[in-house]
Design a protein around this ligand. Sequence first.
Ligand code: ZN
Length: 274
Amino acid sequence: MVNITSTLSTLITANHILHYHDVLDGMGHVSVRNPNNNATFFIALQLGPAVVSGVKDIGEYYIEDGSPLSGTVGGYAERYIHSGIMKRYPDVNSVVHSHAEDILPFTVLPSLQLQPVYHMAGFLGSNVPTFDIEDVYKENDARDMLVNTPSRGAALASTFGQNETQPTSPFHTLVLQRGHGFVTAGESVEIAVDYAMYAASNARVQTKALMLAGLTGAGAGDGDGGEVQYLSQQERRDCTNMNKWVAFKPWKQWVREVERSGVYENELGTPPGA
Ligand SMILES: [Zn+2]
């Protein structure tokens, strides 16, 4: 049996790291599958990520339908993002959902793809799909853009595609949500946080590269940033492997940053391995 205190400590600090680096603001969330019961997952209750500090702030839900276990009251309306992905992909143990402003422009420009411009974002892969919730709305549904039912969670999860060689894993690591944000998924909290952090970083760099290309005329005319040199397909694959073994390094630094910032509290102490 895994020590659940360690798991929850990691989850609490992940909330703080993502807030500290503007990947989450007062909204957005990160989850972790229960290591002792793969039918449930943990995620903060209806709180801003910066103020999640202890066991009292965390709920446990069934992956099957996102419903709470007894003892958990309320929670995020969008928790079905997390249950839907973990249900479809048994290898996914952590999910991050974010409204990061650096990424949002890429969700509303259909002709512009979020693509890896440097090695830390190779995990973005061959392409980053966009989930448009309008495709799953029925005629009379309210259109608040929230993935707030099991069926909407399943639809979003299917956008991740299936890894042909490992069907229990998704094909994509990250999906954009049109006019809303993005979702990323990994085999651990540390990896999901790494993906979220470097996706936002890549979006900042890509935006600057595209703007400079426009200013200098290098990318003028076609509107798709075609003159920006993105990673090749092989570089994307090889850098994805590199990223997995190097992820522990920034994670340890990010943990120290939030612990020493004076902004956050983790009643469960420093996460293991940090
Ligand atoms: Zn959201």
